[in-house]
Each structure stands twice: as C-alpha cells, then as structure tokens.
Design a binder for this molecule. Structure first.
Ligand SMILES: CC(C)(COP(=O)(O)OP(=O)(O)OC[C@H]1O[C@@H](n2cnc3c(N)ncnc32)[C@H](O)[C@@H]1OP(=O)(O)O)[C@@H](O)C(=O)NCCC(=O)NCCS
Length: 212
C-alpha cells in the first residue's frame, strides 16, 4: 500500500511566525564562529566525555568511531586553554585528525558541535560536515553531511536533531534540520527538513509513514 506523505515543514506554526527556521538563519556578524570556542557538551569534563564515548562504542579500544569522536572532543577541549598551551595541542589535533581520516575513513572536524552518546557504527566513507549533531544520534558507514553547493558558506550545513537514526550511505545536505528521533533510510539523499519522528527515504528523500 502506498504511504501518504506527511507534512515536511517543521516550522509552520502560524502565519505570523515568519522567522526562517534555525538552519536557514545566517549567524549574526558578531556571533562566535564555528570552531572559535570549546563546543563540547556543557557540564562534562573532557575525560568524563571520553569515558562516555568509549562506553557508547562498546568499550572497544579499537572502535574507529570512538577515535574519531575522541579527536573531535580534543580539538574542542584545547580551545579554552591559554594560547601557549594550545599551540602544541593544535599541532597534535591536526595530525590526529588526519590520521583518523586516513586510518578510519572518518572526517569529523572539531568545528562540528557534537552532542553526547553519538555512535559512529562501523567506519569508512563518513564525511560528517554538519553544523550540529544532537545527542544519541546513530551514524553508519558512508554517511555524508555538508553544504549543498560548492562555495556555499559553512553555516549552510545541516542540523541533526537528537536521537536521529541514519542508515548507511545517507547524504544529508544544505541548511536543513532533521528533527529529533527521525529516521533516514539507507542511501537516501535528504535536501529538505524532516519533522521530528519522521521517516525520510529515497532519492530525493521524501517523508513517509511507516507500515504498521
Ligand atoms: C529507514 C528504515 C529504518 C525504515 O524501516 P521501516 O520503519 O521498517 O520502514 P518500512 O519498511 O515500513 O518502509 C516504509 C516505506 O519506505 C520505503 N523504504 C524503506 N527504506 C527505504 C530506503 N532505504 N530507500 C527507499 N525506500 C525505503 C519502503 O519500501 C516503504 O515504502 P512503501 O510504503 O512504498 O512500500 C530502513 O528501511 C532502513 O533503511 N534502515 C537502514 C538500516 C541500515 O543502514 N543498516 C546497515 C547496518 S550496517
């Protein structure tokens, strides 16, 4: 049976609500730029965060996903250190990030604001250039996130809500928002907002209703 489409506009609350959705709002000129500060989740120390990421990845010291996250956390942690300490940490960060790209096949810059308990399943072909990734997000191999067109500014990257489950091979591009607890089908190309709890599948991805 064919599924009925469900509304994909997350933000149409009332006609008076004319503010563009968060993903399509250009940051104010005086707003801190991505990567100019420690973007690790607030209220947790670096080691506590690493312990949680390690547990999320099954306490497996060889988990590529854990290593990619650990380097991302380190890249953020160094940002609130005094400059004299930060300089050697910056060199270490860039070398470690390149090693993660080459060895694990995961590109995750510290400029991406990553929430807690994010799980990178398996490895390889992951280019995770989102603006934000929420808590408890599941990301699988060959996932791509980033700008839609070459030359687009960095802020035109997707915002992934909490609890989102992303199938292998998904491509999520542009200044869009994936709502909390949404599911993205394997090999889907998502270029529009997905509402909270929505299921988006296909190329281009459309929001569907699950079969009973
Ligand atoms: C997205 C997903 C979770 C949906 O599962 P579900 O909730 O059981 O959804 P359904 O099977 O009811 O599918 C709903 C509709 O979407 C379609 N659909 C589901 N996944 C799709 C996909 N990846 N691409 C295109 N269409 C898809 C179904 O054919 C169905 O369409 P229909 O109503 O026209 O028949 C699942 O299909 C999926 O892609 N999981 C990814 C798993 C993965 O990456 N595993 C890798 C492990 S290493």
């Amino acid at each position: 049976m064919a599924s009925d489409p469900v509304p994909t506009n997350l933000h149409a609350t009332s006609p008076a609500d004319s503010a563009p959705p968060r993903a399509r709002r250009e940051p104010a000129p005086d707003a801190p730029t991505l990567g100019s500060m420690n973007g690790n989740p607030a209220g947790m120390g670096f080691w506590e965060l690493l312990r949680e990421d390690f547990a999320t990845h099954g306490n497996d010291p060889l988990s590529q996903g854990f290593w990619a996250l650990a380097v991302c956390r380190f890249g953020n942690w160094r940002m609130d250190k005094p400059k004299v300490l930060r300089a050697p940490m910056t060199v270490t960060y860039h070398l470690a990030q390149k090693a993660v790209e080459v060895v694990c096949g995961v590109k995750l810059s510290y400029t991406v604001k990553v929430g807690r308990r994010v799980h990178l399943w398996h490895f390889g072909g992951m280019v995770l250039g989102a603006r934000e990734i929420g808590d408890d997000v599941q990301i699988r191999q060959n996932t791509t996130m980033g700008v839609k067109r070459r030359g687009d500014p960095d802020w035109k990257k997707p915002i992934i809500g909490s609890g989102v489950d992303i199938g292998t091979g998904a491509v999520i591009v542009g200044p869009i928002e994936i709502g909390d607890q949404a599911q993205i089908g394997a090999n889907s190309v998502v270029m529009e907002d997905v509402p909270a709890g929505g299921l988006a599948v296909g190329v281009p991805a459309r929001v569907r209703i699950r079969k009973a």
